[in-house]
Design a protein around this ligand. Sequence first.
Ligand code: C5P
Length: 235
Amino acid sequence: MPNRPKIYCACDVPDLHSALNLAQQMDGLPIGIKLGLEFFMGEGLNGVATIRRKHPDTSIFLDLKFHDIPNTVASALRVISDIGVDYTNLHASGGLEMMQRALDAVNSVPNPARLLAVTVLTALDDDALGAVGQQVPVADQVARLALLTQQAGLAGVVCSAHEILPLRAACGNDFILMTPGIRPEGSANDDQKRVMTPRDALLAGTTHMVIGRPITQSDNPRQAAEDILESILNA
Ligand code: C5P
């Protein structure tokens, strides 16, 4: 299995050609590839398998954010369990039993992917959470879901970099904190609400960062990735 880099480039593209092009541009850099729903809807498991085959040394995070009843999520994860990705995920709000059954499914193969749980999407803030009936501060909801994730035995959570400090305190040092919503100095927030720079996120204690549009929408994605790597040197 490839070593696990600190940065995953979100390949939010619908087709294999564009994803391979991005993966190619990251080649040789300590950067993994995150394949999400857009790619999966366009190219499916065969597309993931092709990226795996053509980039055997690249770490892959398959970000499908499963959320359904325990049996359905476990069955879906069993289907993708031997594809050879390094990380995959589900929504912690699906509950304890769903996470436990999912973990058993993922672990049914040798060299299983590590399973992470999404706490609260980084595109949601207190107001947006309240609007869906969760009248608690985002930080409290994130902490509650992270503890539930840990109780289920998963490897870590996907959360905003703003939640790193309390989650480290609550969940200990071995728990993976994968943080999207990362924006290099001076770049647009897009639809993300709880953002942080790569350097600040690393200093706060993130273990892995997901960075999409600041790399993929740049005129020169490789240069953008190299600039980000440069910005976290010695962090
Ligand atoms: O372009 P940007 O850097 O905002 O991309 C962030 C990526 O991380 C997207 O692919 C998005 O689906 C994913 N993500 C997120 N918030 C989460 C979990 C995943 O933004 N809580």
